[in-house]
Design a protein around this ligand. Structure first.
Ligand SMILES: CC(C)(COP(=O)(O)OP(=O)(O)OC[C@H]1O[C@@H](n2cnc3c(N)ncnc32)[C@H](O)[C@@H]1OP(=O)(O)O)[C@@H](O)C(=O)NCCC(=O)NCCS
Length: 154
């Protein structure tokens, strides 16, 4: 049983990126999303690229950034196979909202494939609106687009 008390959510560095790539299947299963793990994200958007660190390694991560129009965009979020359903995905989002909010984010956005039912259920639980955009990734390449407004904290 894993212990949420021992998890620290912190900015990611390039070593973390390489570590999650080595263990890619534990976060993504059979899907190969390695090409989306871009070094520039971690190097240039370090404070909004987060890892959940524990004694037994990286239990989950969220790589995102804030766009010039104040959208906190989540490029990748995954929790390790033994850490699912423990609230870690929610905690990563909470930490991202804090970090993105400090940079002026007023809304969140994320994308997933139309077949990723787990991600759709997870994002809906977190209060996102989910809609399918037919040509999001080009002709006949639909994606589910998640959006959520952020309430001002002050
Ligand atoms: C999607 C993912 C990040 C969720 O992480 P998680 O740590 O399991 O999520 P949490 O435990 O924080 O769950 C938060 C809420 O979402 C719900 N939820 C999470 N995954 C769910 C699923 N597959 N089906 C239904 N509900 C789900 C939980 O029940 C929980 O609800 P509650 O707070 O009301 O109890 C994780 O399943 C994952 O890494 N999947 C593989 C990678 C992936 O597809 N990432 C998304 C790409 S966009």
């Amino acid at each position: 049983m894993i212990d949420a008390m021992d998890v620290r959510i912190e900015p990611a560095d390039v070593t973390d990126l390489h570590q999650v790539l080595e263990d890619h299947a534990r976060y993504w299963g059979e899907r190969d999303l390695r090409a989306l793990h871009v070094t520039a994200l971690v190097q240039e958007f370090g404070s909004t690229c987060l890892v959940a660190r524990a004694d037994d390694g990286i239990r989950g991560y969220l790589f995102g950034f804030v766009t010039p129009d104040h959208t906190g965009y989540v490029h990748l979020i995954a929790t390790r196979d033994d850490a699912r359903g423990t609230g870690l995905g929610r905690d990563l989002y909470t930490a991202f909202i804090e970090a993105a909010g400090r940079q002026g984010a007023v809304r969140l956005k994320a994308i997933t494939s139309v077949t990723n039912e787990g991600s759709i259920a997870f994002h809906r639980t977190l209060g996102f609106d989910a809609r399918t955009v037919e040509d999001y990734d080009g002709p006949a390449r639909p994606r589910v687009v998640f959006t959520r407004e952020l309430r001002p904290t002050r």
